[in-house]
Design a binder for this molecule. Structure first.
Ligand SMILES: Nc1ncnc2c1ncn2[C@@H]1O[C@H](COP(=O)(O)OP(=O)(O)O)[C@@H](O)[C@H]1O
Ligand SMILES: [Mg+2]
Length: 228
C-alpha cells in the first residue's frame, strides 16, 4: 500500500500568555493513496489544527510528518510553499476567494504562482471551471455567486494544479444541507476522477457518510470508527 501522508505521534501546543494550550500530544494517522477520509469531532477538539499540520500550513510541536515520502520538518518555508502549491489542494468553510478578482482569475492564480504562462493558465483554469459546472460564471466576482457556487470555485482552485492530496475543512459548514450535499457529491466525483487522496474535516456526521473511513477526534486522540 502506498502512503501519501504518514503522521507519526504528532503533538501541537499553542503558546498562551500564561503557559501553553496542549491541543493533542501523540496522534498518528496514515493516509493511503485513494483514501477518502472524514475526521469528525466536536468544535474545539483540534480538527483544524491537525489538518493544518497535514497540509504543511503549520508545524507540530512534536512528531513527524512524511508527505509523499518526504519529511516535512526538514523543509524550508520556501520548499513548503512549493509543496502546498503543487501537491496539496485546500478547501475552507468560508471559501477564502479573493473578492477583487473574477472566478477565472481566482482559479488561475495557483498556476501563475507555479510559473505557468498566462494564456495557458487561463485555458486550464477555464477547463477546471467546466469541471465544477461554472464555465458561464468565469467573469463574475465571488460576491455575485451563491455560497455553493463560491465553494465550487474554491474546489476548482484547489484542484487546478492537480494536487495529490485534497484537504477540506468544514467545506459545507456555511451552507444549507441540500447545497452541502451537492458539494460533497462534487468532491466525491472529483476525488474519484482525479485519483486524489482526500481528508474532510467536519462536525457533521451526515458529511462523514460520504467518506470511506471515518475517524473521531476526541480528548487528544484519533479513533477509527468504520472501514468500508
Ligand atoms: N493559533 C492559535 N493560538 C492559540 N490557540 C489556538 C490557535 N488555533 C486554535 N487554538 C485553540 O486550539 C484548540 C483547537 O482548535 P481547532 O483546531 O480550531 O479546533 P476545531 O477545528 O476542532 O474546532 C481550541 O481550543 C482553539 O481555541
Ligand atoms: Mg475547525
Amino acid at each position: 500500500m502506498n502512503n501519501i501522508v504518514q503522521a507519526l505521534n504528532l503533538g501541537k501546543e499553542y503558546p498562551l500568555p500564561d503557559g501553553v494550550l496542549r491541543v493533542f500530544e501523540g496522534i498518528s494517522l496514515d493516509i493511503i493513496q485513494g483514501d477518502l477520509v472524514a475526521i469528525m469531532g466536536m468544535s474545539g477538539v483540534g480538527k483544524t489544527t491537525f489538518l493544518n499540520l497535514l497540509g504543511a500550513l503549520d508545524k507540530p510541536t512534536k512528531g513527524e510528518i512524511l508527505f509523499d515520502g518526504e519529511d516535512l520538518l526538514l523543509k524550508s518555508d520556501k520548499e513548503l510553499a512549493g509543496i502546498r502549491n503543487r501537491k496539496i489542494g485546500f478547501v475552507f468553510q468560508f471559501y477564502h476567494l479573493l473578492p477583487e478578482f473574477t472566478t477565472l482569475e481566482n482559479i488561475t492564480f495557483p498556476l501563475l504562482i507555479r510559473g505557468m504562462e498566462k494564456r495557458r493558465a487561463q485555458e486550464i483554469a477555464l477547463e477546471m471551471l467546466r469541471e465544477v459546472f461554472l464555465e458561464d460564471k468565469a467573469q463574475i466576482r465571488p460576491a455575485q455567486l451563491s455560497g455553493g457556487e463560491q465553494q465550487r470555485v474554491a474546489i476548482a482552485r484547489a484542484l487546478v494544479n492537480e494536487p495529490k492530496l485534497l484537504l477540506a475543512d468544514e467545506p459545507t459548514g456555511n451552507m444549507d444541507w441540500k447545497t452541502g450535499q451537492a458539494i460533497l457529491e462534487l468532491i466525491q466525483e472529483l476525488h474519484q476522477k482525479k485519483g486524489l487522496s482526500s481528508v474532510i474535516v467536519t462536525h457533521n456526521e451526515k458529511v462523514a457518510r460520504f467518506c470511506h473511513k471515518v475517524y473521531l477526534m476526541e480528548s487528544g486522540n484519533l479513533k477509527l470508527l468504520s472501514l468500508p
